[in-house]
Design a protein around this ligand. Structure first.
Ligand SMILES: NC(=O)c1ccc[n+]([C@@H]2O[C@H](COP(=O)([O-])OP(=O)(O)OC[C@H]3O[C@@H](n4cnc5c(N)ncnc54)[C@H](O)[C@@H]3O)[C@@H](O)[C@H]2O)c1
Ligand SMILES: O=C(O)C1=N[C@H](C(=O)O)CCC1
Length: 273
């Protein structure tokens, strides 16, 4: 049995991950962590998320370390916000517990700290801004297209629900990085986030990144490659969060095979080269 602690347990993703784990034969939820001083503290997480009692009480993140020591998970899954995920990685790494992190919105400094903690703890970790299988194939297609169409103008557009806190999405930022690196550009130098005013002509080098927030959109990503008289568009649309949850389950089954002390991604899980 894979013993799993879920941080962000009552959120949109955390609750769906817990529901799915309870239906799998080879894994079980052993801890449910929520925001510090959560009103759900002490309640059975199954009751809170509407699946009935599962025998795991919600713990506030102020007691994260004790909760991890007591419940002895093999893996901590984190779908929270960047600051919280950095803390999860620090505590889990110190305790030698493996990690599956789907949280997005990290700063460069936060990513450096995460990398350092995982290295020092010598734990196995899968961190990916998008766990959907289709998105990870989409990344591979983007890399190939960027090499095939190096002088086409690239624009990246993403749309998500109105509750999403970070922008642009982690997925859009990964697409930017993949396309820029594949064409020998520095993503930080060529990215242009939205456009407004008398900005002059577009340079061929730049890559535009645009974020839409509206209603209950689960997650759309559109990348267009435009040349003279034509454009090629690659689109991924998530219809349901189950697409991400399925990726989390695959990551949980893979993690024992990941390299310790290093951050693995969904390419490693899915065998995409
Ligand atoms: N990698 C992927 O496939 C993928 C898919 C969907 C969402 N995400 C990312 O996952 C994150 C969460 O998304 P969501 O839609 O579930 O958000 P959400 O707001 O519904 O859920 C986040 C939960 O984390 C809790 N939380 C806040 N601070 C905490 C702390 N210190 N410790 C523990 N829990 C804490 C919140 O109370 C909330 O219940 C976002 O960064 C989002 O971009 C990634
Ligand atoms: O709902 C969200 O928030 C999502 N965030 C991820 C991102 O930022 O890329 C992936 C899909 C859903």
């Amino acid at each position: 049995m894979i013993r799993v602690a879920v941080s962000g347990a009552c959120g949109r993703m955390g609750s769906k991950i817990i529901k799915r784990i309870t239906r799998e034969d080879d894994m079980e939820v052993v801890a449910a962590i929520e925001a510090p001083n959560t009103p759900f503290k002490g309640k059975d997480v199954g009751e809170v998320i509407g699946i009935g009692t599962i025998g795991v009480k919600v713990t506030g993140a102020e007691e994260l370390e004790e909760a991890l020591r007591d419940s002895k998970p093999d893996v901590v899954v984190d779908f929270t916000i960047a600051d919280a995920a950095v803390n999860t990685v620090e505590k889990a790494s110190k305790l030698g517990i493996n990690l599956v992190v789907g949280t997005t919105g990290f700063s460069i400094e936060q990513l450096e700290k995460i990398e350092k903690d995982i290295k020092e703890g010598d734990v196995k970790a899968i961190i990916a801004p998008n766990m959907a299988v289709g998105v990870n194939v989409f990344f591979k297609v983007l890399e190939e297209l960027a090499k095939l169409l190096p002088d086409y103008n690239v624009e990246i557009m993403e749309a998500h629900h109105k509750h999403k806190k970070d922008a642009p999405s982690g997925t859009a930022l990964r697409a930017l990085e993949i396309i820029a690196v594949a064409t020998g550009r520095d993503p930080d130098k060529v990215s242009v986030y939205g456009r407004r005013g008398l900005i002059g002509e577009r340079s061929d080098d730049e890559i535009g990144v645009h974020a839409i927030r509206a209603g209950d959109i689960v997650g759309d990503h559109i990348v267009l490659f435009a040349g003279e008289g034509e454009r090629l568009e690659v689109i991924h649309r998530a219809h349901s969060r189950e697409a991400f949850v399925s990726g989390v389950i695959r990551a949980l089954r893979f993690i024992e095979k990941a390299e310790p002390g290093k951050i693995s991604n969904m390419n490693d899980v899915l065998g995409i080269r």
